[in-house]
Design a protein around this ligand. Structure first.
Ligand code: ZN
Length: 260
């Protein structure tokens, strides 16, 4: 199992890679988002060289607000265009998987409509993803894509989509953490994990591990039960990076402690 962190989209990517390496983390969750890490602004060759210098693997992450389910066709196409550009960058930097946040912002339309629009966008992205050798995985989001049934609306029609499980999100807007039910149904498709704490309810606080209500042991047990041994990004957002290394130590200790 590898533990990594994400670059801050306001900071220079090269500096962020240096700092993630200096913390002794295992990989970079590279988010391509403006202002400083925009897909059209970064230098993919330089990123690749920086990652190689530190022997850091990389996972692809994209902006969480792309209108890939929009009712306005030109906006939907613009989202597909941006995601295609991200695929190209990720193939150069060496990422095997790119995350996508399914969209749900289509006021005056029902769920079926925005599900259909998302599926159209995925179908348009997949040929480019194949050509470049980068898989696409979807991240669970509180509200509309946070249970096995809700995720199934996208995962069932397109079997090659991977699952990117955000265990912090699974703790939000739900009567119980949905990690186990999602993994029970789609654990074999799990490709990447995000981990951070919160206090349930509606606020996506991205706290250090152990400071919210998330049952970390239970979540780790669920991952290990489906034989997951891949990348886990600590999405712990604080200007003080000690919270990141603290969370890394907590995760590593529990992961190694729990018997399979
Ligand atoms: Zn996440």
């Amino acid at each position: 199992m590898l533990i990594g962190a994400m670059n801050h989209p306001r900071a220079r990517v090269a500096d962020e890679i240096e700092s993630i390496a200096a913390l002794g983390l295992d990989f970079v969750d590279l988010t391509l988002e403006p202002p400083a890490a925009a897909s059209w602004r970064v230098d993919p060759q330089a990123i690749r060289a920086a990652l190689e210098k530190h022997h850091l693997p990389v996972v692809g992450h994209t902006a969480f607000y792309l209108p890939m389910g929009s009712a306005i066709e030109e906006l939907r196409q613009a989202a597909v265009c941006e995601l295609q550009r991200c695929l190209q960058v990720f193939s150069i930097v060496g990422a095997r998987w790119m995350n996508v946040h399914p969209d749900r912002y289509a006021p005056m339309h029902d769920r079926q409509f925005f599900i259909r629009q998302n599926l159209r966008s995925f179908e348009e992205l997949l040929p480019e993803a194949h050509r470049l050798g980068v898989g696409i995985m979807i991240e669970n989001l509180p509200g509309d894509y946070n249970s096995a049934r809700q995720l199934g609306d996208l995962l069932d029609p397109i079997p090659e989509l991977g699952l990117h499980l955000d265990i912090g999100h699974a703790n939000l807007q739900a009567p119980h953490n949905t990690t186990e039910e999602i993994l029970e149904k789609y654990g074999t498709r799990l490709r990447h994990v995000h981990l951070h704490d919160n206090k349930g309810g509606f606020e996506d606080l991205h706290l250090p591990l152990g400071t919210g209500t998330l049952d970390l042991r239970r979540a780790i047990r669920a991952l290990q039960q489906c034989r997951y041994d891949g990348t886990i990004t600590l999405e712990v957002f604080s200007p003080d990076r000690h919270y990141l290394t603290y969370s890394r130590d907590v995760l590593r200790r529990l992961w190694d402690e729990l018997p399979l």
